[in-house]
Design a protein around this ligand. Structure first.
Ligand code: 4AD
Ligand code: MG
Length: 462
């Protein structure tokens, strides 16, 4: 055993000079043996690249024989210039310790595995090139999200995960209960939820917005960043039952300010990706989505287009193609419509604004035309809806009337209505789906491949 303190491979590969007696530890990606030398590619997750370990005959054959793909190693040696192409440094190994072996039943043997297969080994896929890159980017971007808002003096608020209100009104709450499912207490109209743990019917939150609004009317600008749950049984590549959402909310702001913030936010996150994730991004550009980097660079300079819902419908009606879902004013935009607009009509990011009041949530502010609300969706190529937001209805009478129209009893949200009773002010916000953002910046096509352990209908393993 050596006494040298292990160094991560990322700083090691960035070293300006050779180094003597350094220790590394990680997992074996591949082993190549010849008579005189054994080459081991060691990866420790700190960066995309692996470090080449060069073991000559001074390393006992009994140790080398046990080393195979997947094994965990501790190695000590000297960092020296590598004669091999594509790598600057290699480690001339002086001592090698096998920490944990792996036999040939290790599922990630050296060959290309399909993303579907890798989903079935989600406990091991972080050790692959693709998922190493995805989850490093996820971590870097999480931090960038906080930095963006903290630099702008937005207060970070942790809104509850267990809630009694269905913010979006779509009835997609997962139930949270401690009642016995076999014999729940009965009331006059079925199950007596009053006897449940919280004394009322509760579920997992679909959005932190309503509580976010409460904080915005005290702190001005706030944001949330946390897990969100939706029991929508849609088995698409863009929906997960558990996902992470970022929800800023600004007091004294209208829809235009909301769009401006969303635009700055996306542009800065993409800029961060380009600056801080260059090595991983190069991999995605090469292997996952050719042209990805150019597309991201274009986004940084692009003007984000804006179009009202009514204009979007006109464009769709005139489109020289047949959609699976017919289009008419008043209908909800389907993913095929959104993608046509952003990919073919504008060829870049597009804000669609001012949707019909009937298809949007109760809290959105009514426009003067009486038939639309101050809503916005940001659509981007390939992913479709990345952001959904709105200016909120701050006028108590109009909000109460709108709630009644949606069948929401005003008493059930009396605390929410209090913000309109006491010091009400114009305010606006949006929600960005973090996994959708990751799909956009990595080129990965399935939401299951940008979240560590995806939860989708029928799947909660790991
Ligand atoms: O458009 P949504 O439903 O808006 C809200 O929840 C508002 N309360 C946000 C706000 O104004 N504060 O969801 C916002 C975003 C969507 O644009 C999408 O990116 C993402 O959340 N999203 C999902 N992502 C993954 N899986 C799902 N099932 C998603 N549902 C929404
Ligand atoms: Mg939406």
């Amino acid at each position: 055993m050596t006494t040298a303190k292990p160094i991560r491979i990322r700083p090691l590969l960035a070293s300006a000079t050779p180094l003597s007696t350094v220790a590394v530890q990680g997992w074996v990606r591949t082993v190549r043996r010849s008579k005189e030398v054994t080459f081991i590619e060691l990866n420790d997750g700190s960066c995309f690249a692996s470090l080449q370990l060069v073991c000559d005959t001074s390393i006992p054959a009994e140790i080398l024989d046990q080393i195979a793909t997947g094994a965990a190693l501790h190695a000590t040696g000297d960092l020296t210039p590598s004669p091999a192409r594509g790598q600057r440094w290699e480690l001339q190994v002086r001592s090698l310790e096998l920490l944990g072996g792996a036999d040939n039943s290790y599922p990630l043997q050296k060959k290309r595995h399909s993303l579907e297969f890798l989903r079935s080994v989600a406990h091991l896929r972080p050790r692959t090139n693709t998922f190493g890159a995805v989850f490093r980017m996820r971590s870097t971007l999480s931090f960038a999200v906080h930095r963006f808002f903290q630099e702008r003096d937005f207060l970070y608020v942790q809104t509850p995960i267990i809630t009694a209100s269905d913010c979006e009104g779509a009835g997609e709450l997962f139930r949270v209960t401690t009642l016995d499912p076999l014999s729940p207490p009965q009331g006059d109209n079925g199950i007596d939820w009053g006897a449940d743990f919280f004394g009322e019917k509760t579920g997992l939150t679909v959005s932190g917005q309503l509580e976010g609004e409460l904080f915005a009317t005290a702190f001005g600008d706030i944001y949330t960043f946390g897990p969100t749950f939706r029991a929508e049984n849609s088995n698409t590549s863009r929906h997960a039952a558990e996902f992470w959402m970022i929800e800023p909310e600004m007091a004294f702001a209208d829809l235009a300010a909301d769009c401006a913030l969303a635009e700055d936010f996306l542009r800065e996150l993409v800029t961060n990706t380009l600056n801080d994730c260059a090595e991983d991004l190069a991999f995605f550009d090469q292997r996952i989505e050719p042209g990805l980097i150019a597309r991201l660079e274009a986004l940084v300079c692009a003007d984000f287009a804006r179009m009202s819902y009514s204009e979007a419908i006109e464009r769709l009606e005139k489109a020289p193609r047949n959609f699976q879902f017919p289009v008419a004013w008043g209908c909800d935009l389907q993913s095929e419509h959104e993608r046509y607009l952003t990919e073919e009509v504008v060829g870049g990011p597009l804000f669609v604004t001012d949707y019909p009041e009937k298809i949007k949530a109760f809290y959105m502010r009514q426009n003067d035309d009486g038939r639309t609300v101050a809503a916005m969706d940001l659509l981007v190529p390939r992913v479709g809806e990345l952001i959904g937001g709105s200016q909120r209805e701050e006028r108590l009478d109009l909000l109460s009337a709108r709630m009644q129209k949606f069948g929401i009893a005003p008493e059930s949200l009396d605390w929410y209505l209090d913000t309109r009773r006491f010091g009400s002010c114009p305010h606006a916000g949006f929600g960005l789906g973090f996994e959708r953002l990751l799909m956009y910046v990595t080129g990965m096509e399935n939401i299951r491949d940008v979240i560590p352990f995806p939860r989708t209908p029928g799947h909660a393993r790991f």
